[in-house]
Design a protein around this ligand. Structure first.
Ligand code: HSE
Length: 430
């Protein structure tokens, strides 16, 4: 450790992740300080109610005055773990303005107000680091921002929400219904009491926006992300997928259209059981990246949880502390490419459509006619059941989202189609 230099660290929030950050910072202080090149001293932890429980830090470090953390002149580095938009936004802006480097795991805030926060960090000449905001412990933001900055990223496709991946894994393993798998996830503490941000794709959409911004050097916010969650996935969808050697995953995908716009979306999709992402089970996360020179890569690990997320935060803490010691700053946000955001209707993929139909002559012809009328090419059709219980399963070739949705609207109007039971996108080779 460099003699004499001390950096004072303060935390906003001390919940599941924060208490692990504090514990590891105290327990591993000597090693972390040596790696940083300065003595890292935890000086304050702000929580709403300091007497509510044992936070694992000395009582004299605790305060309920959140503002005192970001205005205290002795504090060098602030770790924000409150989550949510306000007061986190206001507090981070004040910390940056006051010359403190900030480390945060707040994906919702970064996806909505990233530009404002980066500008404030630039203006104050301090660091804003947030590796833990996407996929918890998995190093993925630094690889995109630094290791792959010399390459051209083509596509980022990730399983970035552990709750939904756990639910889909249970549906796949046991044939469980969505509601039962969700109840199990809640019982085991994976899913929140109000699980809507996870299951409707909001959490993954914020992460998709952050990943797409870094991968494509452009500004992408959560409002730019098309999102569909997993609450409509049925046990039958999973069973049909399984029979075709496919698996359903909630994917956060970004790539570039032929016009150079970024298509960024979160939705359930079918992938081959041979795809590397298919082996990502339970609450694990993974991000699959394709770039021109490096080819295909996958980053895999724990996407949530106290100690795993704390690992990413402490990595940022040491990195930011090193910059303080050396006098420099880490790489900045890069939005020079200024790519536009593609409309969801312009994105292209393959689809698997299940139709409940009457089993009589001419039905297949009328169904095929609807696909043809919207220039959607069919790859395979198979029928299961007969009579009132006939089902057609249609796999298309690559088609635009808008052509497909017009096709589905028209299919629903056919007398011979009782019901469009499901429409699922297909990603990758199958
Ligand atoms: N709720 C998230 C998940 C973790 O289930 O993966 C925090 O983003």
């Amino acid at each position: 450790m460099m003699a004499g230099k001390t950096l004072k660290v303060a935390m906003l929030g001390c919940g599941v992740v924060g208490s692990q950050v504090a514990r590891l910072l105290i327990e591993n202080k000597a090693d972390l300080s040596t790696r940083a090149g300065a003595d890292l001293e935890l000086v304050k932890v702000a929580v709403r109610n300091p007497s509510a429980k044992n936070y694992g830090v000395k009582a004299e470090l605790l305060t309920s005055d959140l503002n005192s953390i970001v205005t205290d002149p002795q504090v060098d580095l602030v770790i924000e773990l409150l989550g949510g938009i306000e007061p986190a936004r206001e507090l981070i802006l004040t910390a940056l303005k006051n010359g403190k480097s900030v480390i945060t795991a707040n994906k919702a805030l970064l996806a909505k107000h990233g530009a404002e926060l980066y500008a404030a960090a630039d203006k104050a000449n301090v660091d804003l680091y947030y590796e833990a905001a996407v996929a918890g412990a998995i190093p993925i933001l630094r690889p995109l921002r630094e290791s792959l900055v010399g390459d051209e990223v083509l596509k980022v496709m990730g399983i970035v929400n552990g709750t939904t991946n756990y639910i889909l894994t249970k549906m796949d393993e046991n044939g469980a219904a969505f509601a039962d798998a969700l109840a199990e996830a809640q019982k085991l503490g994976f899913a929140e009491a109000d699980p809507s941000a996870d299951i409707e794709g909001g959490d993954a959409a914020a992460k998709a926006a952050i990943l797409a911004s870094l991968a494509f050097h452009s500004r992408v916010t959560d409002a730019d992300v098309y999102k569909e969650g997993i609450s409509k996935i049925t046990a039958t969808d999973v069973k049909v997928a399984k029979a075709m050697d496919l698996v359903i995953k909630l994917l956060a995908i970004s790539d570039v259209t032929k016009d150079g716009a970024i298509a960024v979306r979160v939705h359930p999709a079918l992938i081959s059981r041979n795809h590397p992402l298919a082996s990502v089970r339970e609450s694990f996360n993974a991000v699959f990246v394709e770039s021109v020179s490096a080819g295909q890569m996958m980053f895999y690990g724990r996407g949530a949880g106290g100690a795993p997320t704390a690992s990413a935060i402490l990595g940022d803490l040491v990195a930011v502390a090193r910059h303080r010691v050396s006098g420099g700053l880490g790489p900045r946000e890069s939005d020079y490419a200024e790519r536009k955001i593609a409309k969801i209707g312009d994105t292209k993929t393959r689809y698997l459509i299940r139709l409940n139909v009457a089993d009589k002559p001419g039905v297949l012809e009328s169904v095929a006619h609807v696909f043809a009328s919207h220039q959607v090419s069919i790859q395979t059709v198979r029928q299961s059941g007969a009579g009132d219980k006939a089902e057609l399963i249609v796999m298309t070739h690559i088609s635009s989202e808008s052509a497909l949705s017009q096709t589905v609207n028209d299919l629903a109007k056919l007398d011979s189609v009782t019901d469009v039971a499901s429409v699922l996108r297909v990603e990758g080779e199958i």
